[in-house]
Write a protein that binds this ligand. Structure first.
Ligand code: MG
Length: 383
């Protein structure tokens, strides 16, 4: 098999920078959605993609196991970089990686970027989101349609670069001419309904036009996040000009497997549901921890009487708390003017250590301005 490819990444309509990255280099394709303060998310996704590119150089047909290794290497690269630079600490990235290998594709996946297959007019999600809301859906506590708009939908339970090692999901799917595959960041899947994704993939547009259309739709729906899509049309290797519409007739395939591309996933989900039910609380704890490490990195709060910079997050998520004092300042909470004191007592969240320093400097200035009129500095009495 061969593929024809369309890809696009877009900052969206709300974010300042684009923390997504993608890879489109036959036979390897991928999407990474970074997170972390300031530029850290961008660094994380770029580091991951570059590490994968380097690890896979010269590999003409990466197997599922090789994909797992590549994602592992990407994890190590992001983790190492985050350890070296305090401004990058806690950064992470999703990664959904696909390789074409003859009549099948392999997928490796961590986080909430997705892979879909569109076949014979039907869309099926191949990857399972590593998110809190997906867990809640599996546990029957949330309907799938509620998950898409859930306020905590972006809390992911697995990411690259937030730990020295990471668990990677891999799978292999048979493909045939006429299949259309989609890799996307959550900036697409959280903004438009799957019906609209399926409709667009079902159009006669070429892969690049489909990629462009999907990005446009996400932007029209608000563009609240960075949007990245990679669209792959599976074509017969020997029919260079094969059209999607005419490439739908290779004989000897398993009809059931073709009719229900998501069947394997649904079956395995059911099994997992039973297995994981009693681990719900542990899962929530892991989710909360990942949330802390990947979503909220720093805050300025109080320890004892001292204004202190913390790593972590001020409030408890579920029953779990994660906060570590990082730097104690000379400022005492009583010195703060009333209107900022409460903010600090509750914990003022910032995106990076640098921002925390800036905020503390601000507090110091405010403390000076609003201090009860200090006695005019008088010359030291000399006697
Ligand atoms: Mg995103």
């Amino acid at each position: 098999m061969n593929v024809r490819v369309g890809a696009r990444t877009d900052v969206g309509r709300v974010r300042q920078g684009n923390e997504d990255n993608y890879l489109s280099s036959m036979p390897l394709f991928g999407v990474a959605d970074g997170m972390g303060g300031h530029l850290a998310g961008e660094v994380a996704s770029e580091t991951a993609i570059e590490a994968i590119r380097a690890a896979a150089a010269g590999d003409d047909a990466p197997t599922a196991d090789r994909l797992r290794e590549y994602v592992g290497e990407a994890n190590s690269a992001v983790w190492a970089k985050a350890q070296d630079d305090p401004d990058l600490r806690g950064m992470g990235t999703t990664c959904t990686l696909l390789s074409l290998d003859g009549t099948q594709v392999h997928l490796a996946h961590v986080g909430d970027s997705r892979a879909y297959i569109f076949r014979k007019g039907e869309l099926a999600q191949l990857t399972e989101d590593h998110t809190l809301v997906e867990r809640m859906v599996q546990e029957g506590r949330l309907k799938p349609e509620e998950a898409q708009h859930h306020p905590q939908r972006s809390i992911i339970t697995r990411a690259l670069g937030v730990d020295a090692s990471v668990e990677v999901d891999v799978q292999t799917q048979a493909v045939r001419p006429g299949d259309r595959l989609l890799l996307c960041s959550d900036g697409l899947s959280s903004m438009i309904e799957e019906g609209a994704i399926g409709e667009t993939l079902g159009s006669d547009l070429d892969p690049q036009a489909v990629a462009d259309r999907l990005v446009d739709l996400a932007n029209e729906a608000g563009g609240e996040d960075n949007i990245t899509v990679v669209v792959l049309d599976v074509v017969d290797e020997h029919a260079k000009d094969a059209l999607r519409a005419g490439a739908d007739s290779s004989p000897g395939r398993d009809a059931d497997e073709l009719a229900e591309p998501g069947g394997a996933r649904r079956r395995s989900k059911r099994g997992w549901f039973v297995g994981i039910a009693f681990l719900t609380l542990a899962a929530l704890a892991v989710g909360a921890y990942r949330y802390a490490v990947t979503n909220v990195l720093w805050f300025v709060g109080v320890e004892g009487d001292a204004v202190t910079i913390f790593h972590g997050f001020p409030e408890d998520v579920g029953f779990l708390s994660y906060r570590e004092p990082a730097e104690r300042t000379d400022l005492e909470v009583d010195e703060l003017p009333e209107f900022v004191r409460q903010d600090v007592i509750e914990g003022h969240k910032v995106d990076s250590l640098a921002d925390a320093h800036e905020y503390v400097e601000n507090l110091e200035a405010r403390a000076g301005e609003f201090a009860s009129p200090a006695p005019e500095p008088s010359p030291e009495p000399t006697s």
